[in-house]
Design a protein around this ligand. Structure first.
Ligand code: RP5
Length: 163
C-alpha cells in the first residue's frame, strides 16, 4: 500500500522476510479501514532510509509507527530515538533463537527512549495493530464502537466446552 495524504499508521519492517508476520498487522488495519503505508526500512542495511523515514513520518501525518524486526532488532528503538511518534515494536521470530534475540533487542530500551514491545511473532503483529486501533479510538468514536464490536465477536466465538 503506498502513502496517501491521510495515512495514519506507518507499518515498517526490517526485511522482506518479515512480511509474512507483519502482513497480519496490515490485515487487521484493513479490517478497521485504517489507512497505512507499508515499507521495508532496515536499521542496518538502509540506515539513511531509516533516518529519513523516522524524521519525516510525523510531518506526513502518521500518528503511530508499528515496526517489526528480527535478530539484532534495532529498527523500533532507532525510530523511537529519532521520532516523537509512539512506536510499537514487534519482535520477529528468528531462525536461531526463535525470536528471543529480537524480543530482548526491542524491549531493553534505555530510559528516555520509550518503545512499546509486543509478543514475538504473529500474535505480536496482530496485537500491535489492535493496540494502534485502541490508541486511535480514544479520539474517534466510530472506531471505538468498532473495537468494542470486534472484541465482543471474539468473546462470542469462544465456546464454553472443548469439542
Ligand atoms: C532483520 O534481520 C530483519 O528484520 C529480519 O527479521 C532479519 C533477517 O533478515 P533477512 O536476512 O531475512 O533479510 O534486519
Amino acid at each position: 500500500m503506498s502513502i496517501k495524504r491521510n495515512t495514519t499508521i506507518g507499518l515498517v519492517m526490517g526485511s522482506q522476510s518479515d512480511w509474512d508476520t507483519m502482513q497480519l498487522a496490515s490485515d487487521i488495519l484493513k479490517d478497521f479501514k485504517i489507512s497505512h503505508e507499508t515499507k521495508i526500512v532496515s536499521a542496518h542495511r538502509t540506515p539513511e532510509r531509516l533516518f529519513s523515514y523516522a524524521k519525516t513520518a510525523e510531518k506526513k501525518g502518521i500518528k503511530i509507527i508499528i515496526a517489526g524486526a528480527g535478530g539484532a532488532a534495532h529498527l523500533p528503538g532507532m525510530i523511537s530515538s529519532i521520532s516523537n511518534l509512539p512506536v510499537l515494536g514487534v519482535p520477529i521470530e528468528s531462525k536461531f533463537m526463535n525470536g528471543l534475540d529480537s524480543l530482548f533487542s526491542i524491549v531493553q530500551m534505555p530510559y528516555g527512549v520509550p518503545t512499546a514491545t509486543f509478543a514475538v511473532g504473529k500474535s505480536g503483529a496482530k496485537n500491535a495493530a489492535l493496540f494502534a486501533v485502541s490508541i486511535l479510538s480514544l479520539s474517534n468514536n466510530a472506531l471505538h464502537k468498532k473495537l468494542i464490536a470486534w472484541k465482543k465477536k471474539q468473546t462470542d466465538s469462544i465456546q464454553l466446552r472443548p469439542s
